[in-house]
Design a protein around this ligand. Structure first.
Ligand code: GDP
Ligand code: MG
Length: 192
C-alpha cells in the first residue's frame, strides 16, 4: 500500500481510510499514432503544449467522480523505447489499462486485440480493469472500424468500450471517469 503523503496541506492524515490516498496507475497501450499522447495530454490538462512527438510522460491528477475523489497516475510510456523490458514492465505495473486504436486504421484495431491477449497472459488470474478505446471518431470519411466491430471486440475480450475524439474532446472525460468507476468496482469486489 502507498503511504499517505500529502504535500498540499498540513492535515496529512485527515481520514482513517487508506483508500483516500491510494494512487492508481493507469497505463495507455496501443500502436503508434492512434492518439495515446493526445488523450493523455487532455487528461493532464496540457493539451495545448504541442510537443506531439514527445514520449514518456506521466500525468498525475485527481478526479472527482460520483462525489468521491480518486488519484490517477496516467502512464504514456508504451512507446518510450523499444525495449522488451519496458513492454514487460508496462504489462505488470498497471492497476488498469486503456487500450487505444484508431477507427481509421484497421491494423491498429488488430493490434489492440493482440495487446489484450498479451495482457491477459501477463496477468492471468487478475481481473484488471480495461477499456478499449476507438479514437479519432471525428474522421468519419476515413473510418475503417465500425462502432459495432469495436463493441463486439470488447464483449469478446470482456472489457469496456468507448469511442473518443481527442481532437474534439469528445467522450474523453467519460473515458477517464469510466476507468475510475471500473477501478472502484474491482476494488470493492476484492474487498468483499
Ligand atoms: P500516439 O502515437 O498514440 O501517442 O498518437 P498521438 O497522440 O501522437 O497522435 C497521432 C496523430 O493523430 C497526431 O497528429 C494527432 O494530432 C492525431 N490525433 C490524435 N487524436 C485524434 C483524433 O481524435 N482525431 C483526429 N482527427 N486526429 C487525432
Ligand atoms: Mg505518443
Amino acid at each position: 500500500r502507498n503511504s499517505c503523503v500529502s504535500d498540499s496541506s498540513d492535515s496529512v492524515i485527515s481520514s482513517g481510510s487508506d483508500s483516500d490516498c491510494q494512487v492508481y496507475k493507469v497505463v495507455l497501450l496501443g500502436e503508434h499514432g492512434v492518439g495515446k499522447s493526445s488523450l493523455a495530454r487532455i487528461f493532464g490538462g496540457v493539451e495545448d503544449s504541442n510537443d506531439s512527438e514527445e514520449t514518456g510522460n506521466t500525468y498525475d491528477r485527481s478526479l472527482v467522480v460520483d462525489d468521491e475523489e480518486t488519484s490517477i497516475l496516467l502512464y504514456d510510456i508504451w512507446e518510450q523505447d523499444n525495449s522488451q523490458w519496458l513492454k514487460d514492465q508496462c504489462m505488470r505495473m498497471g492497476d488498469a489499462y486503456i487500450i487505444v486504436y484508431s477507427v481509421t486504421d484497421k491494423s491498429s484495431f488488430e493490434k489492440a486485440s493482440e495487446l489484450r491477449i498479451q495482457l491477459r497472459r501477463a496477468r492471468q488470474s487478475e481481473n484488471i480493469p480495461i477499456i478499449l478505446v476507438g479514437n479519432k471518431s471525428d474522421l468519419v470519411r476515413s473510418r475503417e472500424v465500425s462502432v459495432d466491430e469495436g463493441s463486439a471486440c470488447a464483449v469478446v475480450f470482456d472489457c469496456k468500450f468507448i469511442e473518443t475524439s481527442a481532437s474534439l474532446h469528445h467522450n474523453v472525460r467519460d473515458l477517464f471517469e469510466g476507468i475510475v468507476r471500473q477501478i472502484r468496482l474491482r476494488k470493492d469486489s476484492k474487498e468483499e
